[in-house]
Design a binder for this molecule. Structure first.
Ligand code: NAX
Length: 325
């Protein structure tokens, strides 16, 4: 067994965390030989619920769970953390406009970004899940002084996994046969799931599905899958979101398989003519805890237009909270 690492999860009493924490504690994110100390952050009204989650975690007697801190104090929760999963966020309440939602979350992520910059491990890797994920990550990254903005990422892995699964179902393939899918842009209904570079069992995906399916089914289904789950379940995606969060961190640390890539919301460096500094989802390869944007992919007019629509939405989100950056 290795030395334990500290993993922070915010919003730890929420439904995504309830699906995430037990698998994480069982070694499914960082490995069966990597014990973890869970540092769980909640707001005061949810602390009682969190106590219940802690009891259940204890009752599993996981050999990879070395300790649990359950707190509403962000300094304690982020202290020396090697991994931070920012799941907690303010949901949209009655009468709240989009701008109010952006601002309410911007305040949370301003405070948490500053604290984690002060007290987390120098090598911390941060994944923002709480919505609006890209802009919450932008705020968090903007508060860093000791740490680097590249250490903060936003989750589009659930969208990436959804895209893979749709293509696999359409072509009658295993999901492991589908490679090089891309989610560009925002984790929202403007995201662009791009199939142009994807392969299915080594063949170009474009040769095995038709353009009509891409435009009228594939893209809208992936874009609106979250809403479909809510309509069916009465609750938003939780198990799949928790699973994708673990996939994101695992791939970041262990690397992408040869010949494949993944999608991550990361600080734009201007690649593919996307505005510098936005948190935009790109295709990336990962190796030993580092990621790099896949460069030089050919982008046709159809794709370019869609990449710009989602970029524009991110610019508007950024501008709505510009006073807090
Ligand atoms: P829940 O409402 O079940 O849980 C959120 C938890 O966060 C609550 O327990 C709440 O008390 C806590 N919280 C609120 N403010 C906090 C703060 N300042 N510090 C610490 N904790 C705080 O939501 P859940 O279904 O778990 O979803 C969590 C977030 O993930 C939401 O913002 C949701 O929209 C977002 N999602 C993001 C996805 C993605 O792919 N990036 C997909 C799934 C999900 O929709």
């Amino acid at each position: 067994m290795k030395n334990p690492v500290r993993v922070t999860v915010t919003g730890a009493a929420g439904q995504i965390s309830y699906n995430l924490l037990f698998r994480l504690a069982a070694g499914e994110m960082l490995g069966k030989d990597q014990p973890v100390i869970l540092q769980l952050l909640e707001i005061p009204p949810a602390m009682k619920m969190l106590d219940g989650v802690v009891m259940e975690l204890e009752d599993c007697a996981f050999s990879t769970l070395s300790g649990i801190i359950a707190t509403d104090n962000s300094e304690l929760a982020f202290g020396d953390a090697e991994y931070v999963l920012m799941v907690g966020a303010r949901p949209r309440g009655p009468g709240m406009e989009r701008k109010d939602l952006l601002e309410a979350n911007a305040k949370i992520f301003t405070e948490q970004g500053s604290v984690l910059d002060r007290v987390a491990s120098q090598n911390v890797r941060v994944l923002v899940v709480g919505n609006p994920a890209n802009t919450n990550a932008l705020i968090t990254a903007s508060k860093l002084q000791r740490l680097d903005a590249s250490q903060v990422t936003a989750m589009t892995r659930l969208d990436h996994n959804r895209a893979i699964s749709q293509i696999a179902a359409k072509t009658g393939s295993f999901s492991s046969s589908v490679k090089r899918v891309i989610i560009w842009g925002n984790h929202s209904a403007t995201q662009y799931p791009d199939i142009h570079h994807a392969t299915v069992d080594g063949a170009s995906a474009l040769d095995v599905v038709d353009q009509n399916w891409i435009e009228s089914e594939f893209i809208p289904t992936v874009q609106k899958r979250g809403a479909q789950v809510i309509a069916a379940r009465g609750l938003s995606s939780a198990a799949s979101a928790g699973s994708a969060a673990m996939d994101h961190i695992r791939t970041w640390m262990q690397g992408t398989p040869t010949g494949d890539w993944t999608s991550m919301g990361i600080v734009s460096d201007g690649s593919y003519e996307i505005t510098d500094g936005l948190i935009y989802s790109y295709p990336v390869t990962c190796k030993s805890g580092h990621y790099e944007i896949v460069q030089d992919l050919e982008i046709n007019k159809f794709s370019r237009d869609k990449m710009q629509i989602t970029e524009q939405e991110l610019i508007e989100e950024r501008d709505a909270i510009a006073n807090l950056l």
